[in-house]
Structure formats: structure tokens, C-alpha cells
Design a binder for this molecule. Structure first.
Ligand SMILES: CC(C)(COP(=O)(O)OP(=O)(O)OC[C@H]1O[C@@H](n2cnc3c(N)ncnc32)[C@H](O)[C@@H]1OP(=O)(O)O)[C@@H](O)C(=O)NCCC(=O)NCCS
Length: 175
């Protein structure tokens, strides 16, 4: 693996992050349901990182966002949505995505923000289940603000809520 540094995402120019996301996901990425789930929020700084090469060039990013599940019984459960995880196309399959995920999971224990111990994401279970313990077991009752494939709606750990409810952004408060 050619990464030499994993740094807080805030150390990287936002324009460089956006350009990388366009290359990894395509420019229509903003229409995805995941963007609606966290609309109007800012990344959780303690859980968002960039991977840089020896020259300081950006190779990958992970961003995490404050979201919440409004359960139908009235309970509001704070969660953190993981992703996108993006790796520069020329450097994919080299361990950078895993290094970013592992750095983020390491940071959970020191993360003061609400919801850091209840992670969710929309992504491939073959990747996020196999390496990082995300499953769809608790998410069957969750509703999202847009189309999604239920088997790709994943959560991690037994603190994740399993109520029926609507997932959306946690806006207007610190993550
Ligand atoms: C998905 C992504 C983040 C993975 O990061 P990466 O650095 O390329 O991959 P890693 O080196 O960490 O992991 C490689 C392993 O994961 C597997 N893998 C990678 N992407 C996968 C996927 N989407 N589904 C299943 N397995 C996958 C590879 O087969 C490989 O397995 P192996 O070690 O048995 O050969 C990266 O490829 C990427 O940015 N892709 C485009 C954007 C995207 O789809 N992001 C994920 C959704 S949030």
C-alpha cells in the first residue's frame, strides 16, 4: 500500500475532496439517497479522514455524518452515517479503503459526538459486512428519504436501533 499518512479530513482542501468524490462515484453522485439522509449536515470531524501519499497528494477519503432515526414510537436515536468512502480509481484494491475504515473505527472510542457508537451506511454488504461487521439485521424497519435497496442499508453493533422509523439528517446541533 502506498499511503503514508492518514490525516483529519479538515487538513485537505474541500475542492480536492469534491473532485476525488466525482472521480470515484461520478458527477451524478449528489442525487443519491445517501446525500438526502445527511442533507444540511457537516462531517463529524473526529471520524472523517484523508489518505495522502508521500507527496501529499490525496488518495482517499472517508466522511461521516450526524443523522438520526425518528422511531415511530417517538424515540429519536442519534446515529452516524459512514460514507462515502472513496479511493482514487488508479489506487483502488490496494488497501486504502480498508485503512480509512479501520482508522475511523479506531477513532470511535475517542469520539465525543452523539451517535458515534451507532454507525450505519448504504453500501455493499460484500465489502462492509465482510471486513467491518455491518449487517442489515437491524434496519428492516427503517425508511429513507429516497429509493434504496434494503440489503444495502447496513448498521453496525447492537446499539443500532431496530425500531421502525424514518432516517434523516441531524441538523442544528453539534454532531
Ligand atoms: C469501495 C472502495 C472504497 C474500496 O476501497 P479499496 O481501497 O479500493 O479496496 P481495499 O483495498 O480496501 O479492499 C480490497 C478488497 O475489498 C474487495 N472489494 C472492494 N470493493 C468491493 C465491493 N464494492 N464489494 C465487494 N468487495 C469489494 C476487493 O475484492 C478486495 O478483496 P480481496 O482483498 O479479497 O482481494 C473503493 O474501491 C472505491 O472508492 N470505489 C468507488 C466508490 C465506492 O463504490 N465506494 C463505496 C461506497 S460508499
Amino acid at each position: 500500500m502506498d499511503v503514508i499518512a492518514l490525516v483529519p479530513l479538515a487538513a485537505v482542501e474541500p475542492e480536492a475532496v469534491e473532485a476525488l468524490l466525482d472521480r470515484a462515484f461520478g458527477p451524478d453522485r449528489r442525487t443519491r439517497t445517501a446525500y438526502r439522509i445527511r442533507s444540511g449536515t457537516l462531517p463529524v470531524p473526529e471520524l472523517s479522514f484523508a489518505a495522502l501519499d508521500a507527496d501529499g497528494a490525496l488518495l482517499g477519503t472517508i466522511q461521516c455524518w450526524p443523522v438520526e432515526l425518528a422511531c415511530d414510537d417517538g424515540e429519536i436515536v442519534p446515529l452516524v452515517m459512514v460514507g462515502p468512502v472513496a479511493v482514487e480509481p488508479d489506487h483502488q484494491q490496494g488497501g486504502i479503503g480498508r485503512a480509512l475504515m479501520e482508522r475511523m473505527l479506531e477513532a470511535i472510542s475517542d469520539c465525543p459526538a452523539k451517535g458515534c457508537d451507532s454507525l450505519m451506511l448504504v453500501g455493499d454488504p460484500e465489502y462492509y459486512g465482510r471486513f467491518f461487521g455491518f449487517t442489515a439485521e437491524r434496519t428492516a424497519g427503517w425508511r429513507l428519504p429516497g429509493p434504496f435497496e434494503p440489503h444495502r442499508l447496513l448498521a453496525r453493533g447492537d446499539k443500532a436501533p431496530d425500531c421502525a422509523g424514518a432516517l434523516g439528517p441531524r441538523v442544528g446541533q453539534a454532531a
